[in-house]
Design a protein. Sequence first.
Length: 242
Amino acid sequence: MNKADVNPPYDIFSVTVKKAILITPFLKRISVDAREVSGLRPDLPGQYLKVFVRDADGFRQPGRAYTVRRFNPGTGELELDFVLHGDEGNISRWASRAEIGDKLEISRPNTRSGISIDPEIRNYFLFADETGLPAVAAIVEALPAAVEARVFIEIANAKEMQPVKGEAAISVRWLCRELGERLVDAAKDLSIPSGSLVWVTAESGQVSAIRTGLKKQKSLGTCAVHASGYWKKGVADHRDPD
Ligand SMILES: Cc1cc2nc3c(=O)[nH]c(=O)nc-3n(C[C@H](O)[C@H](O)[C@H](O)COP(=O)(O)OP(=O)(O)OC[C@H]3O[C@@H](n4cnc5c(N)ncnc54)[C@H](O)[C@@H]3O)c2cc1C
């Protein structure tokens, strides 16, 4: 069988790993030099781009979406947080072994990705599992002091906790799967004020269940809702329809 590189219809940039740190047992932060990559906007938390790795024969494999955890326009340093979910996924396998000096290929951020912080919004309800946590942490860091953010994060166990900080009034509830705590249950019976921003990024089945539950909220029609499945159990390269 003839193999070939995957060639998407947009520019791909080869970047070099500058730092690779395990921030929890299952989350690795990889920093790359992204000075050549345009479109990275620190004022748009939740931006995402495509990450590509090559197979053993050197051929570029189909990319996967990853969130800009942080971008420093002064130094060009781009931080991406990778969930290490095992060797079944090309990217997870690559990330678990990545070291300083390794090469990675990335796209520019998707032009429709990221949210601009609306000064009129006073209440944020943010739900995520480990894959959505980079976006939620970046959003929380970007919020002004005058707003309130209630954050719900589902993780495998307590070892996966990490600081989620910002200037806003933030409350974080960690939900541990090993204790049977689930995002979908935490989202039930919440009272969401009109005009809130609701953000849900997690496994696709859970996002659907949360979306269904939230629809019972009378105030939801007045809220800005971003709900997207970031992966799907048993499905490689899952994308929720836009
Ligand atoms: C907009 C967007 C932003 C995202 N941002 C991030 C991010 O910042 N960090 C991050 O880690 N992920 C993020 N994801 C999720 C990531 O793209 C997927 O997890 C992706 O499938 C991983 O690719 P892979 O090559 O490792 O595995 P794939 O080849 O896609 O999948 C192989 C197998 O692994 C399973 N799998 C995939 N992801 C997980 C997981 N997290 N846990 C358990 N099993 C899994 C699949 O169900 C499949 O059975 C994001 C997704 C989207 C859509």
